[in-house]
Design a protein around this ligand. Structure first.
Ligand code: NDP
Length: 419
């Protein structure tokens, strides 16, 4: 029924590709295109013979629009799923516009070189105007709205778990449980243990840039920014137990603030263990999280990129990670004139994921929604020329697909609130 090009072949892509191959009635043909073609070939080798999906592979530099256009025009996909890094969002979007092919991703644009004076000028203006200083925001991709409309193509931004499922949960809560949502607390808990003193569960460079940035939340129509890790709460997560969690800036706060009418406060919390926080602080203090190149013995290196080489590859954590994740949202608001509170969440078991697709739950909880978002587009259920985040579409078919494809969810109508 459809032909999809998937760009990137890392931890998240590997899960999305496994799930496309399980869903071969929808994904009849896929192309895996990435920087290191040997990884694409190895995955094809593993899956071929176990699926009806026809898999081809290709080498591509997704920083290069011309190369992308050539590849897309030769394969002629019905959609492009971007599972490379946020650095490649804009080049892949440019290529999709030129080829008039729908675009889907899981993370919003982030500049690789944060010292680029042209990017810095826009960034500093945005920090002043909006009041948060994270390196990533939606403005770069929302600027493609007219180009996507003119090309007649749908662009879906952020269909991982968070952002992604958390925003679909919000659209579902608004459609079925509330007349008005007043507060949203997004809680991302990883109760898994991989046995290493320090490792990240997805791309270390992107992960550490996100976690070490100042936190921020949305309240009464504006952003409130706080020093990194300065708001801590404890929460007793269903099926995981009591965990410390910290308030972070997160990208879906920006789109939900725009798209959920009447919302008064949106916060995002993520759990971290003490070992992770101590290692991160130390690495930050010695300059290892810096994105500014340094000269070492005649060679230019970027400290955080060098650190990535030293840390365990997130894609290898699967066999050794035990425990569960619990990711979801607590909503308060009004229904039929009465106050109402609900908590929608999913629990995912690291070892169950490994048994199914040889991956840990963080890649699983991102890769499955990436497949589902792409399915919404190629099956025509979500079709609207322009660039949109997932809460702007009908959540019902997506919520059904989560139950069917490995991420079942629960609605608790009497949850404990976060202070
Ligand atoms: P990985 O580093 O494991 O994989 C990235 C892949 O992209 C690699 O295969 C890499 O190639 C490829 N790639 C990088 N640069 C290029 C390029 N210029 N041209 C072509 N291919 C390139 O990352 P993850 O799988 O952990 O993360 C993938 C995406 O998912 C990221 O954008 C991340 O932010 C997002 N994410 C979203 C989440 C959500 O819930 N919304 C949660 C977790 C992640 P190579 O193999 O050569 O390195």
């Amino acid at each position: 029924m459809s032909r999809v090009m998937i760009i990137g072949c890392g931890g998240v892509a590997s899960v999305a590709i496994h799930k496309c191959c399980q869903n071969s009635d929808v994904f009849t043909e896929i192309m895996i295109a990435s920087r290191t073609v040997s990884k694409c070939d190895a995955l094809k080798e593993k899956l071929q013979g176990k699926t009806k999906t026809v898999i081809t592979t290709a080498q591509v530099d997704a920083d290069n629009v011309e190369e992308l256009v050539k590849l897309i025009n030769s394969y002629k996909p019905d959609a492009v799923l971007n599972l490379a890094l946020p650095y490649q969002d804009l080049t892949i979007m440019d290529a999709c516009v030129e080829c008039k092919v729908p675009y889907i991703d899981t993370a919003n644009y982030e500049a690789e070189d944060t010292n680029d004076p042209k990017w810095r000028e826009v960034y500093e203006k945005r920090c002043k105007e909006l009041g948060f200083s994270a390196y990533f925001d939606y403005s770069w991709q929302w600027a493609y709205m007219d180009k996507f409309k003119e090309a007649g193509i749908t662009g879906i931004l952020g269909t991982g778990f968070d952002p992604g499922v958390t925003s679909v949960f919000t659209a579902y809560a608004l459609k079925h449980y509330f007349d008005e949502i007043h507060t949203i607390d997004i809680l991302d808990c990883n109760g898994g243990d991989h046995g290493y003193p320090f490792a990240t569960n997805f791309n270390p460079e992107i992960n550490l840039r996100e976690v070490s940035a100042p936190g921020s939340y949305w309240e009464d129509g504006h952003w409130v920014e706080i020093p990194a890790m300065s708001i801590k709460r404890e929460y007793d997560f269903p099926e995981v137990g009591m965990k410390d969690m910290y308030l972070l800036h997160h990208e879906e706060i920006e789109s939900l603030a725009k798209n959920i009418p009447g919302v008064k406060r949106i916060r995002f919390f993520m759990t971290f263990g003490q070992s992770y926080l101590t290692h991160m602080k130390c690495l930050e203090n010695v300059g290892m999280l810096s994105t500014t190149p340094v000269n070492f013995q005649g060679q230019e290196i970027v400290p955080i990129q060098f650190l990535k080489e030293l840390l365990p590859d997130p894609a290898t954590l699967g066999p050794r990670t035990v425990g569960k994740t619990n990711i979801g949202c607590i909503y308060t608001g009004i229904k039929d004139g009465k106050e109402k509170t609900i908590y929608i969440y999913n629990v995912c078991d690291h070892q169950e994921c490994y048994k199914e697709v040889e991956s840990q739950a963080i890649s699983y909880t991102t890769g499955v929604p990436a497949m589902i978002g792409t399915m919404m587009v190629v099956s025509g259920l979500w079709k609207r020329p322009g660039v949109y985040t997932v809460e702007e579409f009908d959540p019902d078919p997506y919520m059904d697909a989560l139950n069917k494809w490995g991420l079942p969810w629960v609605v608790d109508e009497n949850p404990k609130l976060v202070d």
